[in-house]
Design a protein around this ligand. Structure first.
Ligand code: TYC
Length: 98
């Protein structure tokens, strides 16, 4: 027997659920105040935080507004997209695996 004394160990795998970044994208038409309102309403940011992220998106093209489980991220994206559509703004919100 060639395998005498061979010990196979397996790491105890504690696998965490994957996380998803929710991103807001810039466009030329959505009013800045509307984006600030969205960030306050759906992401629980205070006015200063919301304004800062809105300006980052305006200048850089996009920003991560939060990191969530798949279900929570999906809900946020749907809420933002529905709210923007209802107000006839082209604001885009998307998610990607971290
Ligand atoms: N660029 C828009 C404007 O000048 C403002 C804006 C900021 C739009 C962030 C979308 O995610 C956005 N009115």
């Amino acid at each position: 027997d060639g395998d005498a004394g061979v010990v196979l160990e397996t790491k105890p795998k504690t696998k965490r659920p994957p996380l998803y970044k929710v991103l807001i994208l810039n466009d030329d038409y959505t009013p800045m105040e509307f984006v600030v309102h969205v960030l306050e309403r759906f992401f629980g940011l205070n006015h200063a935080q919301a304004f800062e992220i809105m300006l980052t998106v305006h200048k850089k093209g996009l920003a991560v507004v939060g990191v969530f489980s798949f279900e929570v991220a999906e809900t946020k994206v749907t809420q933002v997209m529905d709210f923007a559509r209802r107000h006839q703004h082209p604001l885009q919100c998307t998610m990607e695996k971290e």
